[in-house]
Design a protein around this ligand. Structure first.
Ligand code: AHG
Ligand code: MN
Ligand code: MN
Ligand code: MN
Length: 335
């Protein structure tokens, strides 16, 4: 039997894939791994530790925060601040970005953007949740406090992106722009092991994931696609299977392994969709493209959108290339 490779070993052995400073990025990925383990532990014990449930607070986007939204946010902020590899961080749960200038971190070159707990409405009912992260090289000069422009970069500038999925197993999936790999956490040992090397969308494209409760409010092209997916003369010659958890990470992970498409389009109730461009759409689009898929907002490649604000929303249509192409055809034909 081949010796299992740990995430730590894999990162070090594959440093050649990093475009820039190899040691720093290696250490940063290892800090994200550490924070992920802590969050994983908290999620596993949530029902016992009285940390399920909602707070009486909204985040900047008007969402009621779950207790674990804040706990996960604090774990990532504290871990990344203390480890000193990044100079700033922005999060779905914080109104503004943080500059780590009270510490030595100003010498570092990277900023991180996170969705600390994705699918947090699922936490109280024991359904899979996740964490999404995205890493950029700063634009402002090293040694000065970070600025907004360090965070408002198009997704094509991402140095690395990934997610943790806290499901039946906990898996960390990431890319540095040279394919996508997944590592499953072994809680007995406390380490992640390579379990999903070189993930690619399969040729079959059997699943569609969309909140169909919003169907009446979708644009015509999206409605046409959904109806086409349910016919028997589509690409599969059988209706596609509908699967939707309400956790983006879970829906993307499943669709990337089995073949499928995820849609959170704009609609009359949400003109820009719901998902956040910087914390959700961009990292997921980077991973999707690296796995041979495609990610668009209906008109543009997600990774080429120039962000204007930190908490900007974007529609997301993402998954197997032939299904995303099909959606784009319907949008063109039925504007
Ligand atoms: P978050 O929990 O980070 O706020 O993200 C929730 C997102 C995403 O995970 C999911 O795909 C989507 O919201 C579900 O939205 P609906 O409940 O509107 O379908
Ligand atoms: Mn939220
Ligand atoms: Mn989310
Ligand atoms: Mn979240």
């Amino acid at each position: 039997m081949e010796r299992p490779i740990t995430l730590g070993e894999y990162i070090v052995e594959n440093q050649k894939d990093f475009a820039y400073a190899k040691g720093e990025l290696t250490a940063l990925l290892s800090s994200i791994k550490l924070a992920g383990k802590v969050v994983n532990e908290k999620i596993n014990k949530a029902g016992l530790a009285n940390i399920i449930g909602k707070l009486d607070k909204e985040n900047v986007q008007g969402e009621i925060q779950a207790k674990l939204d804040i706990i996960a946010n604090d774990v990532f902020v504290d871990t990344l601040r203390n480890r000193g590899e990044i100079c700033g961080l922005a999060s779905e749960e914080m109104e503004s970005f943080i500059s780590f200038d009270e510490t030595i971190n100003l010498d570092s070159k990277y900023v991180v953007l996170i969705d600390p707990l994705d699918g947090s409405s699922n936490i109280d009912v024991n359904v899979t949740v996740g964490t999404i992260f995205s890493i950029y090289r700063r634009i402002s000069p090293v040694g000065s406090p970070v600025t907004l422009e360090d965070f408002l970069q198009p997704g094509i500038n991402q140095i690395a992106a990934g997610y943790l999925i806290y499901g039946s197993s906990t898996i960390l999936v990431y890319t540095v722009g040279n394919g996508v790999n997944g590592f499953t956490f072994n809680p007995g040992v406390g380490s992640f092991f390579l379990s999903h090397p070189n993930i690619k969308f399969p040729d079959t494209a059997e699943i569609y994931s969309v909140n169909e409760g919003n169907y009446e409010h979708f644009p015509k092209g999206i409605k046409k696609f959904i109806k086409w997916a349910q016919l028997t003369d589509n690409l599969q010659n059988t209706p596609l299977t509908a699967r939707y958890t309400g956790s983006l990470v879970a829906d993307i992970h499943r669709n990337m392994l089995l073949g499928g498409i995820y849609l959170y389009p704009q609609g009359s109730l949400s003109p820009n969709g719901k998902l956040r461009l910087l914390y959700e759409a961009n990292p997921i689009a980077f991973i999707t493209e690296q796995a041979g898929g495609k990610a668009v907002d209906g008109k543009n490649r997600i990774l080429e959108i120039l962000p204007k604000e930190l908490h900007q929303r974007s529609p997301l249509i993402c998954g197997s290339k032939k299904l995303v192409d099909r959606v784009e055809n319907f949008i063109d034909k039925f504007p």
